[in-house]
Design a binder for this molecule. Structure first.
Ligand code: SF4
Length: 479
């Protein structure tokens, strides 16, 4: 059976992400494609990630005449978890083209799981809800009656039918190695090398997260946390290193390093290979401080950590059910920086009950910790979360962001939407000013190292100082 796979995240349709020039192949899509391949299907991939338009799929459909058209999003990439409308529309366009060519259309994504009716109305034959490799296999095999297939939604007489959920996989070793051969690695490598001078690939070692931050949507893997064998992760890294010469990896797990014993085993196996990877991970402050986690992560090649700090106010963290403390964020950041790790913080504004003094605490945390980079968002109510339930009455006109730069407040926060819009740029100004001050204090070291970028940033101190003051006055006027 001929199956054409695609993903529904187009970097080029998301200006902010495209400007970063850090694209990653759709990992979740090639895992699903590998599952179909292993079952004997004739599989092809239209990788949307670097494409300019959903229309580009038309000649591929015409030439390959697939029986099944499968949109299987990369559920490991937080960008696809944002459920952006520009990507939803692109997906609808591709589904319409496949439908017009007579394909059976199957879809799996966070957005489709949250809104199956929309996708079915737009032409999908079946929406595969949640984690869906086994569901996909069952549908492609066509020997289970549709009423008995777990984890799907479909229409009967225009009415939505949703079958009982399928349990998530506990043994991830049942899944084959992702179908990396379907990816045009060269095009990714070219972008990375031209803009950053190194090449990074992505790999997942776990699925899910057991924590319960009450704004975090988990439509695919829920609250389970399942781990691959360290041996199969090392085998995959070995392959990527040998075949594609990648030395930097983004471990796209929600959280990496939860199980210290797994990390120990991983490091033991890594030492038996030639790979000395540099790792970028996402983690929580409390986990980083557990046992020997930082030591083990450093041994594995930790280069950059993105920590979900969210706020500098304990009151806000508690309201989010974050389960971490401000002290842990300070401690983990200080320790990691001492070891030369790039610490990057995710910050979130606008959560229910956050006021001006909470915002000041977040800005103060930024000044105190001076992270390597920051990612700022406003709270985004996604279906299935406790937070969404609290504000859903207010979500009449807009329920999704258009693209990742949208950052619109969709419910009534403490301040106006224009205040939060400005707070985003103000935070960046505070950040740049603080970095510039730090660079100036360390000018001798920078001169010795001939660090031109940071030297330039140091000379811009007067500009950053003025910009921050001006921005602060504007923020006050919007409060
Ligand atoms: S730790 Fe991260 S992934 Fe887990 S629930 Fe909280 S925000 Fe979500």
């Amino acid at each position: 059976m001929k199956v054409l796979f695609t993903n529904a995240y187009f970097y080029r349709l998301d200006e902010k992400q495209w400007q970063l020039q850090k694209p990653y192949p759709p990992y979740g899509t090639i895992v699903a494609a590998a599952v179909a391949q292993k079952d004997g299907h004739d599989v092809a991939l239209f990788d949307s990630s670097l494409e300019t338009s959903p229309n580009n799929i038309q000649p591929i459909i015409a030439a390959s005449k697939p029986y099944y058209f499968v949109v299987y999003d990369d559920n490991f990439n937080y960008l696809s978890k944002m459920c952006l409308t520009v990507m939803r529309n692109a997906c609808f366009e591709m589904m319409a083209l496949a439908k017009a060519a007579g394909c059976k259309v199957l879809v799996n994504s966070s957005d489709a799981t949250d809104n199956p009716f929309l996708y079915l109305q737009a032409g999908a034959d079946v929406v595969m809800n949640g984690e869906a490799e086994l569901t996909l296999l069952e549908l492609l095999q066509e020997d289970t009656p549709i009423e008995q297939c777990l984890g799907i939604s479909y229409l009967v007489n225009e009415q939505l039918v949703t079958n009982p959920k399928r349990q998530v996989l506990t043994n991830l070793e049942l899944l084959p190695m992702p179908a990396w051969d379907l990816i045009n690695i060269y095009s990714y490598r070219t972008i990375w090398m031209q803009h950053h001078g190194y090449f990074s690939l992505n790999i997942a070692t776990t699925r899910g997260c057991p924590f319960k931050c009450n704004w975090c949507a988990k439509p695919i893997y829920g609250n389970r946390y399942n781990t691959r064998d360290a041996a199969s992760v090392v085998a995959e890294l070995n392959m990527l290193y040998a075949v594609h010469d990648a030395r930097h990896y983004w471990i796209c797990d929600d959280i990496f390093g939860l199980k210290p014993s797994w990390l120990t085993e991983f490091n033991k196996l890594l030492k038996t290979t030639n790979i000395k990877p540099k790792l970028k991970i996402q983690c929580r402050a409390d986990l980083l401080l557990k046992e020997d986690t930082i030591k083990n992560l450093l041994e594995a090649g930790l280069d950059e950590v993105w920590m979900g700090a969210e706020s500098g106010s304990q009151k806000v963290l508690d309201a989010m059910d974050k389960g971490t403390t401000i002290q842990q964020i300070y401690e983990a950041t200080t320790l990691l920086k001492k070891h030369g790790v790039k610490v990057c913080l995710f910050l979130q504004y606008g959560y229910l009950g956050e006021n001006a003094s909470d915002i000041n605490l977040t800005l103060q945390m930024l000044k105190d910790l001076l992270p390597h980079d920051i990612g700022i968002s406003v709270s985004y109510p996604l279906p299935g979360t406790g937070f969404y339930n609290k504000v859903k009455e207010q979500l009449k006109y807009k329920q999704n962001w258009t693209d990742s730069d949208d950052l619109a407040m969709m419910y009534k926060g403490t301040f106006s939407p224009s205040y939060y819009k400005h707070l985003y740029s103000h935070t960046h100004k505070v950040f740049h000013l603080q970095k510039s001050k730090f660079n100036l204090q360390n000018i001798g070291k920078l001169l010795r190292k001939k660090d031109v970028t940071r030297l330039k940033a140091a000379t811009k101190l007067p500009y950053y100082w003025l910009a921050e003051k001006w921005s602060y006055l504007k923020l006050k006027s919007l409060a």
